[in-house]
Design a protein around this ligand. Structure first.
Ligand SMILES: Nc1ncnc2c1ncn2[C@@H]1O[C@H](COP(=O)(O)OP(=O)(O)OP(=O)(O)O)[C@@H](O)[C@H]1O
Ligand SMILES: [Mg+2]
Length: 283
């Protein structure tokens, strides 16, 4: 009996958040670093399906940096990063497309559907959802910067009751162009702004933004975040992530969270509890 009462209490605790976020869009960036074990992937899928079932509108944008790096290594293709962003040669771009659109996107779609969701996978090339230009072709190759988000396709998917799962690859207006590799964090923030999402969550492989002593910083504003970048406390893959948070906030998203994808049900812990987890960045 005690257990049953606990279940009811948990549901009642979640109720204010279910009401608050009803009908709201929540963009979830599922980092490659968080897609580690099958058990964690299952919990991720359960969380997304639960949010959708209780009336929220989750939108998944995924990364896949680790799988891309692994396949490049297997094929003997050299790869490198500058400021946390991959330098994308034409050869690397082929692999990026294969891994992101071909493998990871479909894996997440199947996972969600196997857990009772109705997921549809697209990349930014579909219906020109994401249009980009090159960031700096000489230094970054086919790494792109999003110029335009055509929301209609994703709005339709959401309105029809599906969960969009988006691979961060963008189209180019040049005929025969291979397209652009977009950092998934920056894709998530642009998508969150364009869709007027309420929240954006970044699932990664640390407990959040850490300070120099490796302790979790639970709350940050833009000024403090810039300071941590300046003194290199924030480095590597965390740089585009906090930049993405700031871009989302400046674009009207109310809160951006960097949370630990290695913790089971981290999405529900963030969305449905008052204390939340990880680092919350607000204006
Ligand atoms: N101050 C910091 N706090 C936390 N992590 C940091 C910090 N500075 C740098 N990092 C690094 O940022 C990494 C997270 O970014 P990374 O790009 O590796 O993962 P991801 O974005 O979740 O995955 P993917 O790029 O595949 O989508 C952490 O694993 C950590 O090594
Ligand atoms: Mg990253």
């Amino acid at each position: 009996m005690k257990h049953k009462i606990d279940v009811v209490k948990t549901l009642l605790d979640a109720l204010p958040f279910i009401k608050k976020f009803h009908d709201e869009k929540i963009v979830i960036k599922y980092g490659g670093s968080a897609q580690t074990s099958d058990a964690l992937k299952e919990k991720f899928a359960q969380d997304i399906v639960l949010l959708h079932t209780v009336g929220m509108k989750p939108i998944v944008v995924h990364g896949g940096g680790k799988s891309i790096t692994d396949l490049l290594a297997e094929l003997g293709v050299p790869t490198r990063f500058v400021d946390g962003q991959r330098v994308t040669t034409k050869e690397v771009m082929r692999i990026v497309e294969m891994v992101l659109s071909g493998e990871i996107n479909k894996e997440i779609v199947s996972l969600l559907n196997n857990h009772g969701g109705k997921a549809i996978g697209i990349s930014g090339k579909d219906a020109n959802f994401l249009e980009a230009r090159s960031k700096d072709f000489k230094n970054f190759g086919y790494t792109g910067v999003i110029e335009n988000v055509n929301t209609q396709i994703v709005d339709n998917i959401i309105e029809d009751g599906f969960v969009p799962v988006i691979a961060p690859i963008a189209s180019s207006s040049t005929v025969g162009h291979p397209g652009f590799n977009i950092n998934a964090d920056l894709a998530a923030s642009r998508i969150a702004v364009a869709l007027q999402a309420r929240k954006v969550l970044f699932l990664t492989d640390t407990s959040g933004v850490l300070d120099k002593e490796m302790s979790l910083i639970t709350n940050l504003d833009i000024e403090k975040t810039e300071e941590l970048k300046e003194n290199t406390t924030i480095a590597g893959g965390m740089v585009p992530k906090v930049d993405a948070c700031i871009e989302a906030l400046r674009g009207g998203v109310k809160k951006a969270h960097i949370i630990d994808g290695r913790v089971e049900h981290s999405i529900l812990l963030e969305v449905l509890t008052s204390s939340g987890i990880g680092t919350c960045i607000e204006l």
